[in-house]
Design a protein around this ligand. Structure first.
Ligand code: ZN
Length: 499
């Protein structure tokens, strides 16, 4: 592969390339392979960076371990993420009194693994005036809905600016080290802040940041769309995803619908008329019904072609019928999905089945059905909700926990590379591939276990692009070692190099 000024200018046999480009600097990859760099289509940079630089609770195997971790942390503000009470033997979350006891008066904010509920110390609650009377308030349990959003904003505002920027830089370095050359930051007034997004967009030496603002009102920043985490509903782990029928493990609730079909349609219409990409976060089946109705209402107003031309997007799309997928496919809708959700929570023994019962709980994240309905797929991690590990996500999409819902390795790889660029409107047909004319945006990988169908070892040595028909792919079998990133390049500029 030859590169000039950040663009791929030639791909082929190396003897030919050396003749065509006699003065080129030659980089021998010594058994490593090259592939288009990944795009992570849904991230939360600051929260993910705070997890990298702060208190990581994802490894806590019990309530007691979680409290120990808080006790060991110090400072006036303790920001932690990743507890999951469904994995704990105690089967419950800490009470506020238990949290206060180990916090020693600190402002403590601990988000659940799905970031749709959180534990807050009394010191944080006292700062967040109004939390006690907000929807989702709990005297002793985790806060959800408005009460959660309220304490989260207050806790975020309490993070010193320098600490926040350090977290963002740590996240971008981490993403580049995993072969990710672009991220879609899903910011918004409820989930982060305009200052937070402005800082991130100003960081230009790492992966490309595509900014989304999850609000109906515009923000004075160069964002790609009013999309991302504009919430139609919540999440299943926190029982806030809006369901048609109640939760199996708490029949008194069917979740929370934050936005109805009319509000969804109004946003789609105003964005379509303004030439902007719109989008929503939607997980539950009642949420999806509202979204599909919203698209129908908007199409009646602006026409289906105008709607489709803007390529609006939906985040998560976990519960959807074949009919709904077909209707959204016809409106050109992008499905921004997270394969690790299925790996973490799918299957008959997973959290989804615990919350929804096995019948409903094993039908989530039907990637094959979305693709066959003509929805463009873009993969993401929703980090810090799942860790940013693109090959693991590709593998999870191939080995879906529900037979028939998975994708081929080629389709999965494409969804995590070219799909992410197309979801953000870069649709020249070659960005995200390794072809002459494409931006030189690629990653170099130590193979792990590379499966090469042909016998030509040169193929293995210098090129891998599942889209170009080169017959090589890392082994995606569960348990096989995944490739290790050696270098990540964005438009010809190296943004990560392993020592
Ligand atoms: Zn998100």
């Amino acid at each position: 592969m030859a590169i000039t000024d950040g663009t791929i200018v030639w791909v082929g046999q190396d003897t030919v390339g050396r003749t065509l480009h006699p003065d080129a600097e030659v980089v021998e990859l010594d058994g490593a392979f090259v592939a288009p760099a990944f795009v992570d289509a849904h991230v939360h940079a600051t929260a993910a960076g705070l997890q990298l630089t702060g208190l990581d609770l994802t490894g806590c195997a019990s309530l007691a371990e979680c409290l120990d971790a808080v006790r060991a942390a110090d400072g006036p503000l303790i920001w932690g993420h990743g507890w999951d009470e469904t994995r704990w033997p105690e089967g419950r979350t800490p009470t506020r009194a238990e949290l206060d006891e180990v916090a020693g008066g600190a402002v403590v904010y601990l988000s659940r693994i799905d970031v749709h509920s959180a534990l807050a110390s009394s010191a944080l609650v006292d700062l967040a005036h109004g939390a006690r009377t907000a929807d989702g308030w709990s005297e002793d349990g985790p806060l959800s809905r408005d009460a959660h959003h309220h304490v989260r904003s207050v806790a975020q505002a309490a993070i010193p600016v320098e600490r926040r920027r350090a977290a963002q830089r740590a996240f971008l370095r981490h993403a580049a080290s995993r072969g990710v050359a672009a991220v879609h930051e899903c910011a918004g007034p409820v989930i982060s802040s305009a200052d937070d997004l402005a800082d991130l967009l100003a960081m230009t030496d790492g992966p490309q940041v595509v900014g989304y603002w999850g609000d109906v009102d515009p923000v004075d920043l160069p964002v790609h769309g009013l999309a991302g985490d504009l919430f139609v509903d919540g999440a299943i782990g926190s029982r806030t995803a809006a369901l048609v029928a109640p939760y199996a493990d708490r029949p008194d609730t069917s979740g929370a619908l934050y936005r109805d079909a009319a509000a969804i349609a109004a946003h789609l219409v105003s964005c379509t008329e303004a030439g902007l990409q719109a989008g929503f976060h939607v997980i539950g089946d009642a949420g999806m019904a509202a979204v599909v109705d919203g698209f129908e209402l908007a199409a009646a107003k602006v026409g289906a072609p105008a709607l489709a031309a803007r390529r609006h997007r939906l985040e998560h799309v976990e519960m959807i019928t074949a009919d709904q997928a077909a209707r959204l496919g016809a409106f050109g809708v992008v499905a921004s999905v997270q394969p690790m959700f299925d790996a973490e929570w799918g299957g008959p023994d997973g959290m989804y089945s615990q919350r929804l019962g096995t019948e409903r709980g094993t039908r989530l994240n039907p990637f094959a059905q979305l693709a066959s309905a003509g929805m463009l797929l873009a993969f993401g991690s929703d980090t810090p909700v799942t860790s940013l590990d693109p090959w693991a996500a590709v593998r999870a999409a191939v080995h879906h926990r529900t037979p028939g819902s998975g994708l081929s390795p080629r389709a999965a790889f494409t969804a995590h590379t070219r799909g992410g660029w197309r979801a953000a409107g870069v649709d020249d047909g070659i960005t995200g591939t390794l072809q002459p004319g494409a931006p030189a945006t690629y990653a170099v990988w130590e193979a792990g276990e590379l499966v090469v169908a042909g016998s030509d070892s040169r193929v293995q040595r210098w090129s891998l692009d599942p889209r170009s028909g080169v017959p090589g792919l890392p082994s995606l079998e569960p348990g096989a070692a995944l490739p290790v990133c050696l270098r990540t390049v964005l438009n010809g500029r190296t943004i990560f190099e392993r020592d």
